[in-house]
Write a protein that binds this ligand. Structure first.
Ligand SMILES: C[S@@+](CC[C@H](N)C(=O)[O-])C[C@H]1O[C@@H](n2cnc3c(N)ncnc32)[C@H](O)[C@@H]1O
Length: 309
């Protein structure tokens, strides 16, 4: 789905993200000291849905400074590659990887736009392409994004995406109970907001952001249209920050509406697989056999007809 695009969307967003990297690496939100200890920030639902990553290769699109990427390595992924268009984010990720003792074969990081990922990443395909948690809203063209991500999934592998639910973009910030914005908005959201989600009061210079809403149907259609098979789409009643004033933080660190309020989805996750080569090959073999059988039957019939004549 192509959305309205101000010409300088990429430069504006990159300048904003570049400036926020040092704020984020020093923030309580990303708590680097705790991450250095645990080396794992993957949310429980993601770990359960992605499954065992032992021995697998994983590409993380829009990896920021690599906490999630390196967490997958810690969880046993054989080889992880993170891609982000912010050079300071990639530099910070590389520093962390080196500190953890991962060589480039185990964990490598690439500074590139997500739409250039095919040319930018070191391998042709990965067992798992992982992305999300505030990623697709920075992208104007979901069809191109899905095609890019799908082309990097190895046969038999999958794309996994965990994101904030687009319904939230349509609701009022205070209560999250009134529809105040158009869910189907196609135009870019352009804002000029200092600070960041890690520190709303932080003094910053590059404050312009250009983002896009992507209705759930667009996301699923883009992924399916790119040739992947949707295994599941799950909607979650919790989110990772104070998205609406009325949300309450639970003991598990997630934010939910109080029990006396009807729930709405606040996040979603989806997994979509690529057929194995074997499946394709099997299909091809079956097709060839069927063609041969038809030809053989036709030939026998023709022979019989000739003999009869
Ligand atoms: C909210 S962060 C991703 C969140 C990540 N899960 C985390 O919290 O560490 C969004 C990332 O997308 C990156 N980004 C935005 N637009 C991009 C683009 N067109 N190509 C590559 N990276 C992009 C930003 O630099 C930023 O690091």
């Amino acid at each position: 789905m192509r959305h309205h695009m101000p010409d300088d969307w990429r430069e504006a967003n990159r300048a904003r993200w570049d400036e926020r990297v040092p704020l984020h690496t020093a923030s309580d939100y990303y708590d680097q000291a705790a991450f250095r200890r645990t080396r794992d920030v993957i949310r429980e639902f993601e770990a359960a849905e992605v499954g065992d990553v032992t021995g697998r290769s994983l590409l993380h699109l829009q990896c920021h400074f690599g906490q999630d990427t390196l967490s997958w390595a810690h969880r046993g992924a054989d080889r992880v590659v993170g891609l982000d268009f912010s050079a300071p984010a990639i530099a910070a990720a590389r520093e962390l990887a080196a500190e953890f003792g991962y060589g480039p074969e185990r964990a490598s990081f690439v500074a590139a736009d997500v739409y250039d990922a095919v040319q930018a990443v070191p391998d042709a395909a990965y067992d798992i392409v992982y992305t999300g948690i505030g990623a697709v809203n920075w992208l104007p063209d979901l069809v191109r994004w899905a095609e890019t991500a799908a082309s990097l999934v190895a046969p038999g592998g999958f794309l996994y995406l965990a994101e904030f639910h687009p319904l939230c973009d349509a609701l009022d910030d205070g209560t999250g109970s009134r529809v105040t914005h158009d869910y189907f908005r196609r135009e870019a959201w352009e804002e000029n907001t200092p600070g960041s989600y890690t520190d709303f009061g932080a003094a910053t210079v590059h404050n312009r952001s250009v983002e896009w809403q992507h209705p759930l149907g667009d996301v699923i259609s883009a992924v399916a249209g790119a040739g992947l098979r949707i295994e599941f789409l799950r909607e979650h009643d919790m989110t990772m920050f104070q998205r609406f004033g009325e949300l309450r933080r639970g003991g598990d660190g997630f934010y939910r509406f109080p029990d006396d309020r009807p729930r709405i989805p606040l996040m979603y996750s989806l997994k979509a697989t690529k057929a194995t080569k074997a499946t394709k090959a099997t299909k091809a073999t079956k097709a060839t056999k069927a063609t041969k059988a038809t030809k053989a039957t036709k030939a026998t019939k023709a022979t019989k007809a000739t003999k009869a004549a």
